[in-house]
Design a protein around this ligand. Structure first.
Ligand SMILES: Cc1ncc(COP(=O)(O)O)c(C=O)c1O
Length: 492
């Protein structure tokens, strides 16, 4: 069977390619097999086999995730067939280079379905790998499916055309985004790196800081979160504007903001910041680490793409799509440049994990997971409101944050609470206790007072964060609440 495929993806060749789907059992094989087995039974077998082939054909011609998820067997068959396109799996070969997709352990080879070559060519991770038509095809297909998911399921219909999936986690994605911005400035004439000031809306997460400070030329200016009249912490848009004019627009490298964040911090006011960036022609990088699972975060991005300027949005594959850590999705005008910066080749594993997961879960499954997350978030909130002993703990209202909740703690509580909960098999709970001390994370950023609170002067002295992310179950929520209340010495 020969299927002619057209990929919009401009980064893969000229967008047109011929791919052959080899079928272990084609029409002729079935005809010949009828001399061994009765043709009635064979007809049934062939129909079943064809239904898998048809599904594969629909997938690659329509480039959208299937409505119903595929069985593990169908996915394995598809990947096994495609892996035969890679030269390391050719039956007769003489590989004389130093990297020829050799894999000594059959366990390792099987773990990767024989896809050993990785993606890209030396110096260009997005280029087709001549020795690996199968891997190159799977990368391009994954991008198309991810595009479909973000546009039509997550809720960013105006998704920019530049989108890449890379085997690096979120922090590395942001770091490479910062380098891409530097390149743009230098190629635009800023040879002396005058544009070295980064304006950062404070989020107390170490990877975010490291992603900006890894370049010693950049000076990070912190804009603290401010308290909204209703309670939650929100972006200080006025301060961002003031800081830009104070430092001089032509000295600004970029503005960095975050959507998915720990309560009582809210997602940044990206629509407002992106308008400032558009008016002043300043690059804007958005950290949307786990925001694809949240319609509110996606809406903020969509709105900003419509009315403002966004150069790059970075999100994690594991936090949004229930795959192992190691991949990120980057979109926006700078995404292709990030791909170009990536030196050498890269592992296909995180891309394959994402592809397999999207095929297995399907459109209906993913929609249901996102719906369940919303319902479970409301459930967690409602249960905490009802069950927490008010003298010991109390939910802090933040209607802006639909992923993370903050629980104010009263009485004698220390940071130990986090590890005590961990010993009770509660993972992910994050405890903040005000100490009014400062942390110097890097010479190129001012020391941060009350690290963990996203602002120097937190309005709550002690709190605990709990999140309801994609995949969290009601049983887990019930267990968490029971164990927290038990630790706080309350009763359910
Ligand atoms: C808001 C935010 N940004 C960035 C990161 C870093 O992500 P990664 O570990 O995927 O690099 C995290 C991780 O928890 C995060 O919460």
């Amino acid at each position: 069977m020969c299927t002619r495929l057209y990929f919009e993806d401009s980064s893969v060749g000229d967008g047109i390619g011929y791919f052959f789907l080899p079928e272990a059992m084609n029409e002729e094989s079935f005809k010949a097999a009828s001399e061994f087995v009765s043709s009635t039974y064979l007809a049934q077998a062939q129909a079943s086999r064809n239904s898998v082939s048809n599904r594969i054909q629909n997938l690659i011609t329509q480039r959208r995730i299937p409505d119903e998820g595929w069985s593990a067997e169908a996915i394995e068959l598809f990947i096994r067939e495609v892996s035969l396109w890679d030269s390391n799996n050719f039956p007769s070969k003489a590989a004389i280079g130093e990297r020829e997709g050799r894999c000594i352990s059959p366990i390792v080879s099987n773990r990767h379905w024989g896809l050993i070559h990785g993606i890209g060519r030396s110096g260009d991770v997005s280029a087709e790998q001549p020795k690996a038509a199968g891997s190159s095809f799977l990368l391009s297909l994954t991008r198309s499916l991810v595009r479909d998911v973000i546009k039509n399921i997550c809720g960013i219909p105006n998704l920019p055309k530049e989108l890449v999936v890379l085997p690096i986690a979120t922090g590395m994605g942001i770091m490479m985004g910062m380098t891409a911005v530097s390149q743009i400035h230098v190629s635009g004439g800023d040879r002396t790196m005058k544009r070295r000031n980064v304006i950062w809306s404070r989020i107390d997460q170490k990877s975010c800081i490291k992603a900006m400070t890894s370049n010693p030329y950049l000076q990070v200016h912190v804009v603290e979160q401010i308290r909204h009249a209703d309670g939650p912490l929100v972006t200080d848009v006025t301060r961002i504007s003031e800081l830009i004019s104070q430092l001089g627009t032509d000295t600004i490298h970029s503005v960095v903001v975050t959507t998915s964040t720990f309560s009582p911090r809210s997602p940044d006011d990206i629509p407002a910041v992106s308008k400032i960036c558009k008016n002043l022609e300043i690059p804007l990088i958005v950290n949307n680490a786990y925001g694809l699972q949240c319609s509110k975060c996606c809406h903020l991005i969509s709105e900003s793409l419509r009315t403002g300027r966004i150069d790059l949005v970075v999100q994690s594959t594991d936090k949004n799509f229930l795959v192992p850590v190691g991949g990120s999705i980057l979109f926006g005008p700078l995404a292709d440049r990030v791909n170009t910066i990536y030196p050498g080749r890269a592992s296909i594993s995180p891309i394959l994990d994402l592809l397999i997961t999207l095929l297995q879960v399907g459109r209906n499954g993913l929609t249901e997971l996102l719906q369940k997350r919303r319902e479970n978030f409301d459930y967690l909130k409602q249960q905490l409101e009802v069950k927490l002993p008010k003298s010991k703990a109390q939910l802090l209202v933040n209607n802006n944050n639909n992923i993370s909740l903050a629980i104010q703690l009263h009485g004698i509580v220390t940071e130990q609470l986090g590890s005590e909960l961990f010993l009770r098999n509660v993972s992910g709970a994050r405890v903040f206790i005000r100490h009014d001390t400062s942390k110097q994370m890097d010479p190129n950023i001012a020391s941060l007072k009350n690290f963990g609170a996203h602002t120097s002067e937190p309005f709550v002295d002690k709190y605990l964060n709990a999140a309801c992310a994609i995949g969290t179950t009601r049983d887990e929520i019930d267990l968490f609440i029971r164990r927290l209340i038990d630790r706080l010495g309350g009763q359910i």
